[in-house]
Design a protein around this ligand. Structure first.
Ligand code: FDA
Length: 305
C-alpha cells in the first residue's frame, strides 16, 4: 500500500498540467510547510531566521523540466538574481539548481551557456553552487556538465544518489576532481534495472558512498533525515578522526526540525535546503511520496483543520 502511494505521488510529480495549474494558484494544500515562500523576498525572513539560529542554507528557486529557450533564460536570470540577493542581504547561503531548468533538455550549448553565466556571477559574489541530481535519464549528462564546469570554476558541487547502482563508480571516478559532493538516497521513480529496489540496499550503498568520499579526503554533505545514516556518519568520522570542517549534514526545510536543532547543538554543521517560488508542485509531490503521513497535512489543507 505504502509503495503504491509512493508511486502515485511520483507519477503526479511529473504531471505537466498540474504543474501549470499549481503555478497559477500559489502555495496551496500545505505546500508552505515545505516551501519557504512564493518569492525570494517573501522567503528572506525564513532564511535569516535559520542563519540566526546558526544554520547556513542553500536556496533553490523551484522549477524543473523547462522545454523552451525563453523559460530557460528566465530561470537563469532568477538564479543570477538569487546570487545577487544572497550577496546584498549578506545571508549565509549557497545556491542549488536543476539543469533541466537551465535548458538541459533543449540543447547542450544552451545549458552550458546559461550555467557559465550563473557561475560567473556566483564566482564574483563568492557564492557556492550545487547542481541537484534529477532522474536517471539525466544523470550521465549532469555529471559530464559538472566535470566541465568544475574544471572552470571551483565553487561548484553536485549530487550523487545512493539508490543508483552506478553511484559508487561515479564517486570513485569523480575523485580526481576532489569534489565537494552532496550524497542523498534519491527522490525519483527509477526502475530496478538502474536502481536498488530495496531500502536496505540503498542504505548500505549510501554508507559505502559516505565512507569512500570522506576517506578519499573530500568534503561531503550528508543530506538525509535518516537517524541510522546520521549515526553511522558520526561514528565513522570519530573512528577516522575526520575533521569537523570536512563534512556537513543537510536537511530539507520543514522536515525533522527538532533533529536539525539537535545536530547543530551537538556542534555539527547543519545546512538547510530552502526551496522557494511558485513552481512548487513537483517538489511537493516528491516530499509526499517520501512520507505518506504527510498526506494528512494535505487533507487538512484541503478540508480545513
Ligand atoms: P528516508 O526517506 O529513509 O527517511 C528517513 C526518515 O526521515 C523518515 O522515516 C521520516 O521520519 C523522515 N522523512 C524523510 N522524508 C520526509 C518527508 N518528506 N517528510 C517528513 N519526514 C520525512 N534527491 C535527489 O534525487 N536529488 C537531489 O538533488 C536531492 N537533493 C537533496 C538535498 C537535501 C538537502 C536533502 C535533505 C535531500 C535531497 N534529496 C535529493 C532527497 C533525497 O534523495 C531523499 O528523497 C529524501 O532526503 C528522503 O530520504 P532520507 O535520506 O531522508 O531517508
Amino acid at each position: 500500500m505504502e509503495q503504491a502511494m509512493r508511486d502515485f505521488f511520483l507519477f503526479l510529480a511529473k504531471n505537466k498540467t498540474m504543474t501549470k495549474l499549481a503555478k497559477r494558484y500559489g502555495l496551496k494544500f500545505g505546500a508552505s510547510r515545505f516551501v519557504a515562500g512564493a518569492s525570494l523576498d517573501s522567503s528572506i525572513s525564513a532564511i535569516k531566521k535559520l542563519n540566526e539560529k546558526g544554520m547556513p542554507v542553500t536556496i533553490d528557486h523551484l522549477g524543473e523540466f523547462v522545454d523552451n529557450e525563453l523559460e530557460a533564460k528566465e530561470m537563469t536570470e532568477h538564479c543570477i538574481d538569487a546570487i545577487k540577493a544572497i550577496a546584498k542581504e549578506n545571508v549565509n547561503s549557497q545556491l542549488s539548481l536543476k539543469l533541466t531548468s537551465m535548458g538541459l533538455d533543449i540543447s547542450d550549448d544552451l545549458v552550458m551557456a546559461n550555467m557559465r553565466k550563473i557561475m560567473q556571477t556566483a564566482q564574483k559574489h563568492n557564492v557556492f553552487v550545487t547542481i541537484d541530481m534529477e532522474d536517471y535519464s539525466r544523470c550521465a549528462k549532469t555529471l559530464d556538465i559538472f566535470k566541465k564546469l568544475k574544471s572552470e570554476f571551483d565553487n561548484i558541487s553536485t549530487v550523487i544518489q545512493a539508490y543508483l547502482y552506478r553511484s559508487l563508480d561515479d564517486v570513485k571516478d569523480l575523485n580526481e576532481y576532489q569534489p565537494n559532493l552532496r550524497l542523498v538516497k534519491g527522490a525519483y521513480k527509477e526502475s530496478s534495472e538502474v536502481a536498488f529496489p530495496d531500502k536496505t540496499d540503498v542504505d548500505e550503498n549510501y554508507k559505502k558512498l559516505i565512507e569512500t568520499h570522506l576517506l578519499n579526503g573530500n568534503y561531503t554533505a550528508i543530506a538525509t533525515h535518516d537517524d541510522e545514516i546520521i549515526n553511522y556518519t558520526k561514528a565513522l568520522v570519530e573512528k577516522h578522526s575526520i575533521p569537523m570542517d570536512q563534512f556537513e549534514f543537510q536537511m530539507l526545510y520543514g522536515i525533522k526540525v527538532e533533529r536539525q536543532d539537535q545536530l547543530m547543538q551537538e556542534g555539527y554543521k547543519m545546512r538547510i535546503y530552502v526551496p522557494y517560488g511558485n513552481d512548487w508542485y513537483g517538489y511537493f509531490m516528491r516530499r509526499l511520496a517520501e512520507r505518506p503521513a504527510n498526506v494528512m497535512f494535505v487533507l487538512k489543507g484541503v478540508f480545513g483543520k
